[in-house]
Write a new protein. Structure first.
Length: 288
């Protein structure tokens, strides 16, 4: 039996360890939030406030007109619509195609299944620079340059990472659900649509968030395939704004930071809306 002196010591140690963990996590969160807070602060500064010493994190006068000036310099509304269209189509294509392929790899038994899955995963090891030129030549011959097709159509052929994540989650769903549905007369597609997908909602949300972030913030793809200003995305618009401001003689950092905040806000909204499902998807063990 432990003595009366060791019990308070153990309880103190049991409280000290979580406190240290939370303190370390709080310090890391402050470290990661600092650049965003600095960007948000600079977006409501004027030209003198940007280079003021010492720097005022909360300026005396908030210049919200910086966001209006950014919209006047570059048609961010049009770029927002273009980015939303591309992101929505890529989301739909990735979720539909990747979930179908993942369902086949996780629930169906056929010859060569494991070999095909290994080949699918091996494509993730290829750097994008290897396939960049062949894909550009292919899309150029199809007449798809300066259109949304090169950015959207590949999503309907599946994403290796999304297929892997969804397959791992589908494997955690008991097969008894499939057998019960088969006894009730449901076909394979009906099982996929009415049984597997509703149970895999956390995994689907996780894949959707990762796809959204990757597509919304994509700069390299639109830079290669988009030529006209009317087809540009937000990331291209941000680059155009930087060139336009730099060409005026002095870089107006407060306008650049205001534009960056406008581009980043949808990412933050989507993350907080899907945070519950993200945590649940990871906690259920589908990605172990």
């Amino acid at each position: 039996m432990p003595s009366d002196e060791t019990l308070p010591r153990r309880s103190a140690l049991s409280l000290l360890k979580p406190a240290l963990v939370y303190a370390a996590l709080s310090a890391c969160s402050v470290l990661f939030l600092l650049p965003f807070v600095w960007m948000l602060s600079m977006s409501v500064q004027d030209t003198r406030g940007v280079f003021a010493a010492p720097y005022e994190w909360i300026p005396r006068t908030l210049h919200w007109e910086n966001y209006r000036d950014v919209a006047a310099l570059v048609p961010f509304g049009r770029y927002f619509v273009n980015t939303a269209i591309i992101t929505g189509l890529v989301l739909a294509g990735t979720l539909l195609s990747s979930s179908l392929v993942a369902y086949g790899f996780s629930r169906l038994r056929f010859r060569g299944r494991d070999v095909l899955f290994a080949l699918c995963l091996s494509t993730m090891m290829l750097p994008g620079q290897v396939t960049m030129i062949p894909l550009y030549v292919l899309f150029a011959r199809l007449g798809w340059i300066d259109t949304f097709y090169p950015l959207v159509v590949p999503a309907f052929f599946g994403s290796p990472l999304s297929i892997f994540l969804l397959r791992q989650f589908f494997l955690t769903i008991p097969r008894e659900y499939d057998e019960a549905a088969l006894l009730d007369g449901a076909g394979r597609f009906r099982i996929y649509w009415s049984v597997i997908l509703p149970l895999a909602r956390p995994a689907l949300v996780t894949v959707a968030v990762l796809t959204f972030l990757g597509t919304w913030n994509d700069f390299f793809g639109p830079l290669i395939y988009i030529n006209s200003t009317s087809q540009a995305t937000l990331t291209l618009g941000l680059s155009m704004l930087k060139s336009q401001i730099a060409g005026s003689g002095t870089t107006q950092w407060h306008l650049l930071m205001a534009a960056a905040v406008l581009v980043m806000v949808p990412n933050i909204i989507v993350f907080f809306m899907a945070q519950k499902h993200l945590v649940k998807g990871i906690a259920m063990g589908g990605f172990r």
